[in-house]
Design a protein around this ligand. Structure first.
Ligand SMILES: *Cc1c(COP(=O)(O)O)cnc(C)c1O
Length: 396
């Protein structure tokens, strides 16, 4: 082309550095539908690397619901929701979600990421303060940055620290507390009861991100707030359609006034094309399954408990997991990746999680279980990890 030096040449150095540190990720291609067994690069693997917790992503009932909407109305929404993008399918899904969470109203976003970041930025701004768990999801961190409110980070799952920070923070602005309910990499649960008490005592707005708990926890599958009996304390309830519900998208439920405000001011909602009608139809079908088949979530959590017991008995550190996400804490990124590679050779896909997703020195294998895993799948994983344990323990 020309002799002009390539202004993007710096990227080569950056990529090489990532590679040398065991942090470079390369695109992978799944060649089968999502599920407990997948085909990647031509190989069939038992899949412990999805968030398809209720095994709904490839469920024919969701596909059938999507097809009905597709046949009726076609694919694209064609506009942002405030113009002409919001159809009766969006309205129907929002009604269902409000009913699901026993809230006055709901709003559907194109992704959970958009729901979190846009909602935080719509609720607080310069001069306000947002109190955020140090392990919160990237979409929450970005929402805090986007909002330009003071971001005040409290120690992971430490409600006493949160309370102390709220007590000492001087500001006349609004105050928002935000936390994941189930943490995505460690599979541990936030102390929602204590956090709710603090929010009430300090008069702060309270936002829960139930991304990994929607459809999994609670008697009716609403999430961890339901399981712990603190739904009434939550002002802003975020959930995803993309994980246990097997679809894509995120949602917020809450009071009518909250949803009216987000409808007008959540920028990722206002300035983004509405998701397809078919997606909303599939999500409604997923909510039917959550309502009608509670055994999926009950058995999933029992399965996770059995897996933790087996792995701990082998000497692995599963952290503070109490959910369907079972981490195996390894430490070094390179060792983690080597272990993931060995598992893969045995036909088991378990993602190695490295910085920046987790802090340096805290790399882990993230086993996520779904309603689709059989006892035999779990037994194969336990057997492989048992063999690797002997080797690994002799090296460290
Ligand atoms: C995955 C995730 C999100 C984002 O949801 P998407 O629908 O995948 O964009 C938000 N919060 C948490 C805690 C998550 O794990």
């Amino acid at each position: 082309m020309s002799d002009r030096p390539d202004p993007l040449a710096w990227i080569d150095d950056k990529l090489r550095t990532l590679d040398a540190r065991g942090l470079l990720r390369r695109p992978t291609v799944r060649e089968s539908s999502q599920g407990p067994e997948i085909v990647v690069d031509g190989r069939r693997l038992v899949n412990f690397g999805s968030n398809d917790y209720l095994n709904l992503a490839a469920d024919p009932r969701l596909a059938a619901a999507a097809r009905t909407a597709l046949d009726e109305g076609g694919w694209g929404a064609g506009a942002s929701p405030l113009v002409t993008g919001r159809s009766k399918w969006h309205a129907r899904l929002e009604e269902r979600l409000a009913e699901f969470n026993r809230a006055e109203a709901a709003l559907v976003f194109s992704s959970g990421f958009a729901a979190n970041s846009a909602t935080i930025a719509a609720l607080v701004g310069a001069g306000d303060a947002v109190f955020s768990d140090e392990r919160n999801h990237a979409s929450i961190i970005d929402g805090c940055r986007l909002s330009r409110a003071d971001a005040i980070v409290y120690r992971h799952a430490d409600a006493a620290h949160l309370d102390e920070l709220l007590a000492t923070h001087r500001s006349n602005g609004k105050r928002l507390i935000v936390t994941d309910t189930v943490f995505s990499m460690d599979g541990d649960a936030a102390p929602l009861v204590d956090i709710a008490a603090t929010a009430r005592r300090r008069g702060a707005m309270l936002m829960f991100d139930e991304a990994h708990a929607t459809g999994v926890f609670g008697a009716s599958g609403r999430g961890l707030a339901e399981a712990l009996g603190v739904c009434d304390a939550v002002d802003v309830h975020v959930g995803t359609l993309s994980k246990a519900l097997g679809c894509a998208g995120g949602f917020v439920t809450g009071s009518r006034r909250l949803i009216d405000w987000l409808y007008n001011r959540a920028r990722a909602y206002v300035f983004s094309t509405a998701p397809p009608d078919a997606l909303c139809a599939a999500a409604c079908a997923a909510l039917d399954v959550v309502r009608d088949e509670p055994e999926r979530r009950v058995e999933l959590l029992a399965k996770a408990e059995r897996l933790r017991t087996a792995l701990t008995a082998q000497g692995w550190d599963t952290g503070r997991s109490s959910t369907q996400i079972v981490p195996i804490v390894v430490g070094e990124a390179t060792t983690t990746i080597a272990l993931a590679e060995r598992l893969r050779k045995r036909g088991l896909f378990v993602p190695g999680i490295r910085p920046p997703t987790v802090p340096l020195g805290q790399s882990l294998l993230r086993v996520s279980l779904t309603a689709g895993h059989t006892d035999e799948h779990a037994a194969r994983l336990v057997a492989a990890l048992g063999d690797l344990r002997a080797e690994y323990a002799s090296r460290v």
